[in-house]
Design a protein around this ligand. Structure first.
Ligand code: ADP
Length: 432
């Protein structure tokens, strides 16, 4: 039996016993019992009133003057309150620990709510992003940090990617910003200073670009002489003819590589500007197909989704040269990795809120294990074939870079022996 219940029963029994005794004295036991019960109820109500007053005062640790039954209840409540307080103190200590940890970080940490209002920020957020928590809490972050690239990054919600941006307070500083969805609808923004890394990266890009430029002239001279030698091969012993051909092939390959390296480092060093060219997609792809068809025995075709009206040509907001290089790399690959009966089709269509350009071939296909790494520089599925295809291993890296600069992505699906689909996925917001 519950001890409080036992106390109550004992008290009631005591009152009834005293009632019976008193009733016996006055010769009316029933009256004695009624009197005892009334006294019991009265003391209970009186104690309940004191107990309620104690509760109203916030259930302090100072115990009120109550009988043992009500004191038992007070003790139980005190125990529960003590335990809750202990848990609350622990939680608060944990929260403070994490806040203090974020506070001493060199990197900026800002938490915003679903509407973009600042919920919390550490002190580094002030030097890096100009956000002062004391002053700016509940302000919209995009009102304080207005860089268009940052606003676009937050709106796109592609939080797997990083954003590289100049610090608003000090343009010489380069920041790497990443947003991470946090709790139910909040977003944690983390920014770290990568100025030194960015400087190293610039040195690497300059070095690559300079070396490539320096190689260009001797290579052009070399290729020119080799072409002359190949044209006059009849003046040399017959075994030399094959040698000249192979030398020319390799020098052409080096030339392609130098061109690709220069183009890639140019893409990397260009700022992420908003583009203003209106690039007519069908016209651009058709001209690439015509150029390639001249020197190829493959069947190449372009088709448009029936919903794309021919009298309203679709244009993409972007850079003509960059899109030309991306699409022609994909179409040239399709030609390269397809057999003599190869059929290559380029299809443009809408899906959901995207516009897609699919370069599809019925060639050799790609083993799925290679697909995640295909856009890495110099990654090839079969190194030994590089010289026969004339490939540089940079084509898909260029495609990925160009698409990234147009808010687009590359999707690759392929089946060994059946063919491949390289799909450029543009957001509809890029269409004009
Ligand atoms: P490469 O200059 O070697 O073609 P890329 O970056 O353009 O370099 O392509 C990387 C690799 O992806 C190629 O070496 C090839 O193995 C594979 N690849 C690209 N396109 C296709 C395709 N259409 N069909 C089969 N394999 C392809």
């Amino acid at each position: 039996m519950n001890s409080l219940f036992r106390v109550a029963i004992l008290r009631l029994t005591l009152f009834l016993f005293l009632g019976v005794l008193a009733g016996y004295q006055i010769g009316n036991i029933l009256l004695g019992l009624v009197f005892a019960l009334s006294a019991f109820i009265f003391t209970m109500l009186f104690n309940y009133r004191l107990f309620q007053q104690w509760l109203d005062l916030g259930a302090t640790t100072k115990k009120p003057l109550l009988n043992s039954f009500w004191i038992g209840i007070v003790d139980q409540i005190n125990r529960i309150v003590g335990k809750l307080k202990e848990e609350n103190d622990k939680l608060r200590a944990d929260v403070e620990f994490f806040r203090d940890s974020f506070q001493v970080l060199d990197s900026a940490v800002i938490v915003i709510d679903a509407k973009g209002a600042i919920v919390w920020a550490n002190s580094a957020a002030l030097t890096m992003l100009g956000v002062n928590y004391e002053r700016d809490q509940r302000e919209l972050l995009v009102n304080l940090f207005r860089a268009p690239a940052f606003i676009k990054y937050l709106n796109n919600k592609q939080f797997d990617d990083f954003l590289i941006i100049n610090s608003p307070g000090d343009a010489s500083k380069t920041l790497e910003v990443q947003a991470i969805p946090f709790r139910q609808s909040q977003v944690l923004i983390f920014a770290r200073d990568i100025s030194e890394l960015a400087q190293l990266e610039r040195v690497r890009q300059d070095f690559l670009a300079n070396v490539s430029h320096e190689l260009r002239t001797p290579l052009t001279v070399l290729t020119g002489y080799l072409e002359t030698l190949k044209d006059n091969a009849s003046q040399f012993p017959s075994a030399w003819s094959n040698v000249f051909e192979q030398m020319l092939e390799q020098s052409n390959r080096m030339d392609n590589m130098v061109t690709d390296v220069i183009w890639l480092s140019r893409l990397e060093s260009l700022p992420d500007d908003e583009y203003h060219d209106r690039v007519p997609v069908a016209g651009l792809i058709q001209s690439i197909i015509s150029d390639i068809s001249v020197a190829s025995d493959k069947t190449l075709s372009l088709s448009m989704d029936s919903r794309i009206q021919s009298d309203k040509p679709i244009s993409l907001l972007g850079s003509y040269d960059e899109l030309h290089s991306a699409f022609s790399n994909l179409i040239q690959n399709a030609v390269k990795y397809t057999g003599p009966e190869g059929v290559i089709s380029v299809t443009c269509y809408h899906r959901g809120d995207t516009f897609r350009v699919n370069v599809s071939d019925n060639g050799e296909g790609i083993d799925p294990v290679h697909i995640p790494r295909l856009t890495e520089r110099f990654y090839r599925t079969d190194e030994s074939r590089a010289s026969s295809t004339g490939g540089t291993g940079l084509g898909l890296a260029i495609v990925k870079h160009v698409l990234g600069r147009h808010d687009a992505r590359l999707e690759i699906t392929s089946q060994l022996g059946k063919g491949s689909d390289f799909i450029c996925v543009f957001p509809n917001s890029r269409l004009v």
